[in-house]
Design a protein around this ligand. Structure first.
Ligand SMILES: [Ca+2]
Ligand SMILES: [Ca+2]
Ligand SMILES: [Ca+2]
Ligand SMILES: [Ca+2]
Length: 327
C-alpha cells in the first residue's frame, strides 16, 4: 500500500473515531440484524457460499488495556438461529493475532482456499447446540492489544476472528462486540472493525434499510460489487457525493451477480453508502446474503464498522447535472 494512501486513511480514521466508538458487528449504522455462518454441510441456497466468516478488529496503538471479543449466541439452536432438520451444527470461533493475521493475503481473499487462518491463534472454541450460550454472550480474552498484528495502514493492532461452520447444515446467527470488559459490552475508544466479505441476515421487516460503508481511497476509479443469494429481495443502491441512488445488480437464489460502477473524483477519499432496501411486497423472511466489493484492479475493498469521513450524501441539487467523470 502506498505511504500516501496509508497516511490519508490513518488521518481519516483518527477523525472519524474521535467521537464514535463503534464496536458492535454488525455496526449500529449498518442496521443489520445479525451475522450468519452455516455448518459446512449447509445448502448454499440458504445464503452462505463457503461457511466461513472473517472479521477484523483494529485497536489504536495508544490503547494499552486488555481487550475482549464477545460473541452473542455463538451456539446453533434454541432462539436466534436457523434450523434445518435437527440441530446438528458445530461452529468454531478462533481469534488470531501476530504477524500475518491480516497482512497475509490469504486472509483477505474471497476464495478461502489458502491459509486464511494465518497469524498466531490466541483462542479457539467450538459451539454446538447449547442452552447455556443460547441468546447469551460468550467472551474471548483478555488479549493484550500488542498480541494483534501491528498494521498502521489498518489503524493499529489487528485481531482476526475466523468463524467456521465445521459440521451440520443449520444457520448460526450471532453478533460480535469488541469490549474493554469481559462481562459487558464496553467499547474500546478509537477501535473499529472491518471486513472484506460480509455475510449477514437481512431484516424481516420490509421497512428496515441496511447499509455497508466501503471507503474509496485515491486509487479507486470504479467499483465492482458482487452479491450472492439475494433472492431478488428489493434493491441495492449507491449513495455517494456523485451518485444519487445508482442501482447495482441484485442476485436471485443461490448464485452470484456482479455489476461495475465508475466513480468520479468527488467520491474519492470518502465512504460510499450502499443501501439495501427490501421488497415491500415480497415479504421475504430469513434472507441470508453475501456481498463484497473490488476496485478496478480486482483488489478487495474493506467495509468499515464506522463510515470513514461520515455517512456520505449526494451533493448536487435537483436540476444540476453531476459533472462527467474526470478520472
Ligand atoms: Ca440440521
Ligand atoms: Ca441460539
Ligand atoms: Ca447462534
Ligand atoms: Ca438469501
Amino acid at each position: 500500500m502506498q505511504i500516501r494512501r496509508f497516511l490519508h486513511i490513518a488521518a481519516l480514521l483518527l477523525t472519524a473515531t474521535i467521537k464514535i466508538a463503534a464496536q458492535p458487528v454488525p455496526a449500529v449504522d449498518e442496521n443489520i440484524n445479525a451475522l450468519v455462518t452455516f455448518g459446512k454441510d449447509g445448502d448454499t441456497a440458504w445464503g452462505d457460499d463457503d461457511f466461513i466468516q472473517i472479521i477484523f478488529f483494529s485497536i489504536p496503538e495508544s490503547f494499552q488495556d486488555p481487550i475482549f471479543i464477545r460473541v452473542y449466541d455463538p451456539e446453533t439452536g434454541g432462539a436466534f438461529d436457523e434450523q434445518k432438520g435437527e440441530w446438528n451444527t458445530r461452529t468454531a470461533f478462533s481469534v488470531f493475532g501476530g504477524e500475518g493475521a491480516c497482512s497475509n493475503e490469504a486472509a483477505r481473499r474471497i476464495k478461502r482456499d489458502g491459509n486464511y487462518r494465518s497469524g498466531t491463534m490466541l483462542a479457539t472454541r467450538t459451539f454446538g447446540s447449547d442452552p447455556r450460550t443460547d441468546e447469551q454472550w460468550f467472551t474471548f480474552g483478555p488479549f493484550n492489544p500488542s498480541e494483534g498484528e501491528l498494521l498502521p495502514e489498518y489503524g493499529g493492532y489487528i485481531f482476526k476472528l475466523v468463524v467456521e461452520g465445521i459440521s451440520g447444515d443449520d444457520g448460526n446467527l450471532y453478533r460480535l462486540f469488541l469490549s474493554t470488559d469481559g462481562h459487558q459490552n464496553r467499547p474500546v475508544e478509537g477501535a473499529f472493525a472491518y471486513y472484506f466479505k460480509y455475510k449477514f441476515r437481512l431484516h424481516d421487516d420490509t421497512n428496515e434499510v441496511s447499509h455497508i460503508y466501503p471507503y474509496m481511497d485515491d486509487r479507486v476509479t470504479a467499483i465492482k460489487q458482487s452479491n450472492f443469494d439475494w433472492d431478488n429481495d428489493g434493491i441495492i443502491r449507491i449513495i455517494s457525493p456523485s451518485k444519487n441512488g445508482e442501482r447495482t445488480a441484485v442476485s436471485g437464489d443461490d448464485h452470484w451477480v456482479t455489476s461495475t460502477h465508475p466513480l468520479t473524483s468527488d467520491d474519492i477519499n470518502s465512504s460510499l453508502d450502499i443501501q439495501m432496501i427490501k421488497n415491500k411486497k415480497a415479504n421475504i423472511r430469513n434472507n441470508n446474503v453475501v456481498i463484497y466489493l473490488e476496485n478496478q484492479y480486482g483488489e478487495l475493498l474493506p467495509f468499515y464498522s464506522i463510515p470513514i469521513g461520515g455517512i456520505p450524501k449526494y451533493k448536487y441539487n435537483i436540476g444540476i447535472k453531476p459533472k462527467a467523470p474526470t478520472r
